[in-house]
Write a protein that binds this ligand. Structure first.
Ligand SMILES: Nc1ncnc2c1ncn2[C@@H]1O[C@H](COP(=O)(O)OP(=O)(O)OP(=O)(O)O)[C@@H](O)[C@H]1O
Ligand SMILES: [Mg+2]
Length: 156
């Protein structure tokens, strides 16, 4: 589904613009509206962190479309204390994260993969929600990845 869209030209457009394109596609294809509250963060991000955050945001957005039963979600992007954070919130049916983790072996790898992506960069992902109470995913990664010393990173 959403994963099949081509990766965006993050290098040319920056993370906030690339996310806006993703959200426009989601709205066009699924009629699912995203209220995007995106600060410009590109000066803070190296290329790997930007791509990782793009992929991280994609999973909860995909999940909100597929699982929440809601018709819209709010996505925020911002920077503070040397970290860039994204929050994806929907007011849909919600789910028990503890139960969802036990579904891992059954092909439900999206949220676990998202946490692994974040962890590789020293980031964190919090999943908040309960049945009937909507879902909030909060992801945060260090803006400059200590393992990435590529020139692309320092130019951004
Ligand atoms: N926004 C949401 N609203 C309601 N339920 C959700 C939401 N996000 C996730 N879930 C529940 O958590 C489960 C696990 O999500 P996860 O993304 O890990 O796997 P998946 O979406 O089922 O499969 P995939 O591997 O394709 O991502 C989902 O199957 C769904 O039951
Ligand atoms: Mg998923």
């Amino acid at each position: 589904m959403i994963r099949s869209f081509l990766p965006p030209a993050l290098d040319h457009r920056g993370l906030a613009s690339a996310l806006r394109l993703m959200f426009r596609d989601v709205e066009d294809v699924y009629g699912f509206r995203i209220d995007a509250r995106l600060e410009p963060v590109d000066g803070e991000l190296d290329a790997i962190s930007a791509l990782t955050l793009y992929r991280i945001v994609q999973e909860p957005v995909n999940n909100a479309v597929r699982h929440s039963g809601a018709s819209c979600a709010v996505v925020t992007l911002g920077t503070a204390n040397g970290r860039v954070s994204a929050t994806i919130h929907d007011k849909g049916r919600g789910f028990a994260w503890a139960e969802a983790q036990t579904m891992d072996g059954d092909g439900h790898i999206g949220l676990t993969g998202m946490r692994e992506r974040a962890a590789l960069l020293g980031g964190t992902v919090a999943v908040r929600g309960a049945r009937g109470k909507g879902t909030t995913i909060h992801a945060s990664v260090p803006s400059k990845n200590p393992h990435w010393d590529g020139e692309q990173g320092s130019e951004r």
